[in-house]
Design a protein around this ligand. Structure first.
Ligand code: GSH
Length: 225
């Protein structure tokens, strides 16, 4: 039996969606974030040394890291629906987007979250302008331009294609969903990136996505421009 260690409002939501798509039997162990720090609880450290979500256990195996979990589950349980055939351009695109989500795009979202935390942290009034100045420099010199570069890129990729790897949905789309949901709370996708906004609307209408949301409990991501 597969157990998904699911942290509220987190990347493990996409693994829930994947498990629903695969139609395999699984159980969920729910974890709440610390109300002050928003970090994962220490119990997750007992499952994997990094104490992050998602993590799954399947018999004696423990698998962490969303991309690795996705590969493991798809390789073991998919009937060819969510994984393009080996040697095809779609398979290469699948590998690319599976890695791109966490390897290239999510670091920008994390920097954005940290900048927001610095900006809004309580601090002595005379330190505030210095902190704000540093944040403004990071935004202007790196974060803003790179985030736009990536969003433009993803939006243009979806201009001529229904899914990230072509005409059919793959598990790479499931991996990409969290990246776009993280972008959504920081950017007005509807007005600036219409293909990304339409894509999110489309995945949210899928029965397996909705089943994952029902089973996972509340799902609202933290913002921070
Ligand atoms: N690249 C990892 C990132 C894992 C990660 O940072 N997960 C977040 C949830 S979205 C987490 O556990 N945060 C709580 C914490 O850092 O304590 C993955 O995709 O699995």
């Amino acid at each position: 039996m597969i157990t998904l260690h699911h942290l509220e409002n987190s990347r493990s939501q996409r693994i829930l969606w994947l498990l629903e798509e695969l139609g395999v039997e699984y159980e969920i162990r729910q974890y709440s974030r610390d109300t002050k720090t928003n970090l994962a609880p220490a119990e997750l450290l007992a499952i994997h040394p990094l104490g992050k979500a998602p993590v799954i256990t399947d018999g004696d195996l423990t698998v962490a890291e969303s991309g690795a979990i996705t590969e493991y589950l798809v390789n073991k349980y998919d009937d060819g629906r969510l994984l393009p055939a080996e040697g095809t351009p779609e398979r290469l695109a699948y590998t690319y987007w599976l890695h791109y989500a966490e390897g290239s795009f999510m670091p920008l979202m994390i920097i954005s979250l940290i900048m927001h935390r610095i900006e809004t942290a309580p601090m002595p009034f005379f330190v505030k302008p210095i902190a704000k100045g540093i944040v403004a420099k990071v935004r202007a010199g790196y974060l803003g331009t790179n985030t736009k570069l990536h969003l433009d890129y993803m939006d243009s990729e979806l201009a001529g294609s229904s899914w990230f790897c072509g005409d059919t949905m793959t598990a790479a789309d499931i991996q990409m969903s969290f990246a776009l949901e993280a972008a959504e709370v920081r950017t007005n996708l509807e007005s600036e990136y219409s293909n990304l906004a339409a894509y999110l609307k489309k995945i949210r209408a899928l029965p397996a996505y909705q089943a994952g949301i029902r089973k996972g409990g509340p799902y609202a991501l933290m913002g921070g421009k």
